[in-house]
Design a protein around this ligand. Sequence first.
Ligand code: C2O
Ligand code: CU
Length: 420
Amino acid sequence: VAVAALLAGTGLAANPGAAPGVPHDHGPGDARTEGEPTRRVTLTAGTATVRASGRDVAAWAFNGQVPGPELTATVGDVLEVRLRNRDIARGVTLHWHGYDVPNSQDGVPGVTQAAVLPGQEFVYRFRADQAGTYWYHTHAVSDVGVRMGLYGVLVVRPAPVTGVDVTVPVHTLSGLPLPAPSTAPVAAGTPVRLRLINTDSTTHRYALAGTPFRVAAIDGSDLHGPTSLADTAVLIPAGGRYDLVFTAPATPVALFVDGRAVYSTGPVSTATGGWPVLDPLTYGVGSPVPWTRFDRTFTLVLDRGLDLHGLLPRYAHTVNGAADPDIPPQVVRLGDIVRFTIVNRSQAVHPWHLHGHHVLVLSRNGVPATGSPLWLDSFDVRPGDVWEVAFQADNPGMWANHCHNLKHADAGMTLHLMYR
Ligand code: C2O
Ligand code: CU
């Protein structure tokens, strides 16, 4: 029996050209950027023509491919990634989406580094201390850069893998779906982990037909006491990741994205459209919130409004009535337990993304989260929603906190978290 699988054993091949101990562009004094790299890779950004759905499409690519090379590591590895920009005129950076790296490695131009211009390079280095499913993307003119193809998968595994462990980034390039990856047969009884990554700017709906499954992790964090699901869809917000696990059955399995089978091991004719959608806030076995008092609280009201600060007034996506760069930063102190409430007063979905930290979901629309503790870095704040989340301020620096509909982020909906 075959399960559609992207088995390509890509990953961070050791780069024999890189000398040990080369200087890297880290800030001083952070032990998490020190150590002899155990995984090295060079990512060269450049304009490229890639094949998508039988057509040639103009793209921006890492090492000539979209998505870029899949980076894999094992917990404990020290990753060193050399970013080169061949000819992307507007500059490139690497942001490790969902990976709580030291601030100097976060890849936000104008905040943690300058954009890497054509002919320049920047070396990132950090210890892989979080297992899970992540991705990387440029953060320079990110709306354009990510849409053009400057992104890829980052998977950090706790230990060498047994069974099948497959990553499925979903993205479209200039409106065309990317070609399906190759498939490989998987024997019945094999454990399979499907890592689903939404690298798009809007929500996608995923449905796995032909097998019961459970959600093992969301945004790189394992869930407690997951329950077995069948005929259930999951909605993954822009930037979000879900790991689904199942045992390969003797009959075909198919993964549907937005109603279309993107991977299948044989004919599975199932109407997945009417399936109920999993609510992650109630999934798994709950445990009490670890914090009872908060050192600081913030409220972010998301809306649409007029930005009067430029030469001409423009419509912007606003936070507390202001648009980037006029939104006051959230200021915290190292060690603070911080609670923030996000209220969506607009008509649009805003997939929220805080850099450098994971937030614990406390409640949505007044209803407490009762499932497995949900530590998220990307979550959909729908029109009318009120989310209450909390985090520990344990990663000093200046961090972007923004909507991951990257059009919205570029049109005002970006603020910063700052340590004082
Ligand atoms: Cu994936 Cu600031 O972004
Ligand atoms: Cu938004």
